[in-house]
Design a protein around this ligand. Structure first.
Ligand code: ZN
Ligand code: ZN
Length: 932
């Protein structure tokens, strides 16, 4: 009987096969591309190797195999709209690949591909078709080498080896850069798989666009470097880059007609079925929403695991969109309550063994999904309400298509996704402009700093320094390993000046005032990495004429080259001069204190807030540290104090730090914390605080360990880290949190200081406290009580002043009340009073009315230069044509103000206090004119 393969077995056998052929297994990198701000998500297996192909990175291996987590949500490869509508599109997927970096080439790549598919996995040789490159434009040579290798594979049918043109069989990374021909392997799944039988004239064939022929594997042979559309140069070293869609090969091996019916995704479909209570027939009849829910739940689960929680911009926005789209399809299936966490649980169960991070982040995943669904439920009704208003306006204008920008604003402000708006519009016989929506979203995305095109890799400097490196190696001044880098052992080196680059050109000497980049054969200057800033310092001549370069930063522009960038402060440095380079020691110590404190803070956040509080960004500068981490809400002051106290306790314990170099896999297995968006090689440096991990991974006791549940000793902190650290935590001195706030949706930020920085803060604040105490004439500890007492005094004084002011106003008013002038038979008092607030003015009008049951009073006053007016007309006079509101509105114009009220009582404010009297002077003429 034929072996029935599980998805996990297929993944593992792929890896095992290539490991047995000398490949190094490289674990999947994060969905957030390491060190590449230009790419939204890791979208292919080659992303983590891109720098190797571009020559800016070197690896200790030349053969690699991996299964890479990928995301594609937009662009030429995929559109979110396709996902769910068919059996093959996904947002998240895995890509299997084997790689040769200047090692084996077509002969081995082709033979191994054939052997794995037909011998190991037992696919029918007669069903396999392969393709080779033949240029349809006739300018690039045909790939006869690949063809010759294919036709000699055992059991292959030579007629099933085809040639195709550029569109199918020539691969390019970008408009310029590495490229080459490729070979694809397709499988004929049989006539019953054809889904184009209804199309007139359809013939099933390779690349014929029906489901019968399926592409399994693409082998890319990188042998050229494209310099321009017409200039193709052969590369000195050739590479192999292959990609096999994991879900697809699993569907073929398991003999199912949909990726969603493999054992990777079908358990998710079944979970949804349990939630809806549908029969199998109902599931089949509603397969689109089922596929959407399975795909999106899997994608969101992996995104959150990699630190991408739902939010408003960039990657976080994509996560939100995916959760909300799933929620909408869930509604279609009648799911009213939050349900994503339940599907995510199945994702974790299905994938947890291959991706242990899923299990580690279990609680965070479920929590984030449920919160996002709840947020969506709260906003979606408001969004639909506003949409219906807009659609009503649209209809009344006689139009049928809602503007794309308006639809995007609905999304941006009320969280209503385009798809939902479109569905609602179409239900009413209207539509939404999709192009306009996408455009608005792209603009938004670019403005948010994400989703830009595959960008330049370090610019023109890469070439200059690569050239410098080549020349130095050729001249025997550097080994092929390049510049020796050791920022850990010493802070000074003696060496020779190997190269000077000024204004992008390699020169032999420089002058005082020049900004230069210089290369030595070895350096102890730290190069910015993992959030830790570069070192600064100085390079000086040790013999001959004196000169000095003040180094401001260091960089690594290409593999093997480290440059020191700075200004020549005196003299004239020349290539080959003997030099002495020294790192600014005090600055470096400040940085090391902040870096070690960052590790302690990270560990303390885990201990106090929980495992979900993972690093989402970090800056280690000389004057401060900044740490971003995933956490849904603001941290209360007492909790923050507890965290700060915990870090300081670890400092006082004076734990020793241990640095160990070990295999990445071992460090991960031991539970070392690895960070998002960081690239790791397979040998890593680990920093342990509080206990020592031996080579074998057992935990030895050495002060400052936690006992785990199993009674095993665990360190306080254990991280993969290439940074520089203090020897013992006591070196940090003091740790102070300056503030805590929001960095992004679901991400909090803590800024803190240590050592000298902390001392300065304490000193500054202590001084301020002492000054306050001196001003208050109190002891330091009594400052708060004394300040409170003063505030209370000031409060009652203010009240007293107000009372006195009212008394004064009243006295003034009473004088005028005795001699109110008449207009015809009506007493009319129009008056500016000094310093009366609105309240006082009202009281004065009441007094007037008590004395004059029939009459008009209009008062104006200004407090702190802000004028106010009040008018009062008795009922009987309203009947005779007078109106308080009208009077106030008219005269308020004079003071540049406005107001209103009832016919009997009205008031106004204004801006121009200097014209109050002028305004009041208008009252008598108005009364005269209006009075009947
Ligand atoms: Zn067909
Ligand atoms: Zn670190």
């Amino acid at each position: 009987m034929k072996k029935q393969w599980t998805g996990a077995e297929i993944r593992q056998s792929f890896v095992d096969f290539f490991v047995s052929h000398g490949h190094t297994f490289v674990p999947s990198s994060s969905l957030v591309p390491g060190g590449d701000q230009t790419l939204l998500f890791t979208n292919a297996g080659m992303v983590q190797f891109k720098d190797v192909f571009l020559g800016t990175d070197v690896r200790p291996y030349t053969r690699a195999v991996n299964s890479q987590k990928c995301m594609r949500v937009a662009g030429k490869h995929n559109d979110l709209d396709d996902v769910g509508r068919d059996d093959t599109h996904h947002t998240f997927f895995e890509m299997l690949g084997n790689w040769s970096f200047g090692d084996y080439y077509k002969k081995e790549a082709i033979a191994w591909a054939w052997e794995l598919l037909t011998e190991v996995w037992g696919l029918d040789k007669s069903k396999l078709w392969t393709t080779c490159f033949k240029d349809d434009k006739g300018s690039i040579p045909s790939d006869e080498e690949a063809y010759a290798n294919w036709v000699k594979q055992p059991g292959i049918i030579p007629e099933q080896v085809l040639f195709n043109g550029r569109k199918e069989n020539f691969w390019e990374m970008a408009d310029v850069g590495p490229c080459g021909p490729c070979s694809e392997i397709h499988i004929d799944r049989g006539a019953e798989y054809c889904n184009k039988q209804a199309v007139p004239g359809h013939i099933c064939r390779v690349n014929g666009d029906c489901a019968r022929f399926t592409e399994l594997w693409n082998l890319v042979f990188i042998q050229y470097n494209r310099l321009s559309p017409t200039d193709l140069q052969p590369l000195p070293a050739t590479h192999v880059d292959t990609g096999m869609g994991f879900e697809r090969i699993v569907s073929v091996m398991q003999g199912v007609n949909s990726n969603y019916r493999t054992d990777l995704l079908f358990p998710l479909i079944q979970t949804v079925q349990r939630l809806t209570g549908h029969t199998d027939a109902e599931v089949a009849g509603n397969f689109t929403p089922y596929r959407v829910l399975a795909d999106h739940a899997r994608a969101a689960t992996f995104l959150i695991t990699d630190g991408v929680v739902p939010g408003n911009i960039g990657r976080n926005y994509i996560c939100r969109m995916i959760v909300r789209r799933a929620a909408r399809f869930g509604r279609k299936l009648g799911l009213g309550e939050p349900f994503m966490a339940k599907i995510a649980q199945t994702v974790i169960d299905t994938y947890g063994a291959a991706f242990p991070d899923l299990r580690r982040n279990h609680a965070t995943i479920l929590d984030n999904l449920t919160r996002e669904e709840q947020r969506f439920q709260r906003t979606v009704d408001a969004g639909l309400g506003r949409l219906n208003e807009l659609l009503g306006e649209l209809r009344s204008r006689g139009e049928t298509v809602l503007d794309g920008q308006e639809a995007f604003d609905l999304y941006a402000t009320l969280g209503l996704p385009y798809e939902l708006a479109r569905d609602e519009a179409r239900d009413q016989g209207l539509d939404v402009d999709e192009t306009g929506f996408r455009q608005a979203m792209d603009e938004h995305r670019i403005a948010s700093g994400a989703g830009k095109a595959f960008g330049a890799q370090g610019g023109e400097h890469v070439d200059i320094f690569r050239g410098v490196l080549k020349n130095l190696i050729a001249a025997g001044k550097l080994t092929v390993e390049g510049v020796a880098y050791d920022p850990y052992e010493s802070l000074e080196v003696k060496d020779r000046l190997l190269a000077i680059v000024k204004d992008g050109v390699s020169v032999t000497d420089a002058e005082a005032g020049d900004t230069v980049a210089v290369v030595l054969s070895k350096t102890c200057f730290y190069v910015e990495s993992g959030g830790q800033m570069s070192d600064a310092g100085s390079i000086q001549s040790v013999s001959g004429p004196a000169w000095e370069i003040a180094v401001e930063e260091t960089r690594k522009p290409a593999a093997g080259v480290i440059v020191h960038i700075g200004k020549v402060t005196r003299g004239s440095p020349q290539v080959d001069d003997e030099i002495f380079a020294v790192v600014d020691t005090q600055r470096r110590w400040d940085i090391m204190r902040n870096h070690t404190a960052t590790h302690l803070l990270h560990a303390e956040l885990h201990a106090v807030l929980g495992e979900h509080a993972r690093q989402a960004g970090s800056l280690v500068a000389p004057d401060r540290l900044r740490f971003d981490f995933t956490h849904p809400e603001a941290i209360p002051a007492e909790t923050l104090e507890k965290i700060e106290a915990g870090v300081n306790q670890a400092i006082l314990e004076n734990y020793r730090l241990n640095t160990t170099i070990k295999p990445l896999a071992q460090a991960i297995a031991e539970g070392a914390m690895a960070l998002f968006g960081e690239k790791y090689s397979e040998t890593v440096r680990t920093i342990t605080i509080g206990s020592h991990l031996s080579e074998g991974g057992s935990h030895l006791s050495e002060g400052g360990s936690h006992l785990s549940e199993g009674g095993q000793l665990l360190p306080i902190s254990y991280e993969l880290c290439g940074g520089t650290h203090v020897g013992e935590t006591g070196d940090i001195g003091l740790f102070l949190i300056l503030n805590e706030g929001s960095a992004a949706a679901g991400v909090r930020r803590i800024e803190a200081v240590t050592g000298r920085g902390a001392y300065e803060v304490v000193q500054r604040r202590f001084k301020a406290l002492k000054q306050s105490a001196a001003l208050l004439g109190s002891a330091l500890e009594d400052v708060p009580a004394k300040a409170q007492a003063l505030l209370d005094d000031a409060g009652s004084a203010r009240k007293q002043i107000q009372r006195l002011r009212q008394d004064l106003v009243a006295a003034e008013f009473v004088r005028h009340l005795a001699e109110v002038p008449f207009v015809a038979d009506v007493p009319v008092l129009a008056l500016v009073l000094p310093n009366a607030d609105a309240d006082t003015l009202r009281q004065m009008t009441d007094r007037f009315r008590k004395q004059y049951p029939s009459g008009v009073v209009v008062l104006g006053s200004a407090v702190d230069n802000r004028p106010a007016l009040i008018a009062c007309v008795t009922d009987d006079l309203v009947k005779r044509g007078l109106n308080a509101g009208e009077i106030v509105r008219t005269i308020a114009q004079v003071i540049d103000g406005s107001g209103g009220g009832r016919p009997t009582l009205a008031q106004a404010g204004g801006k121009d206090a200097s014209r109050l009297q002028e305004a009041i002077d208008q009252v008598v003429p108005i009364v005269k004119a209006k009075l009947k």
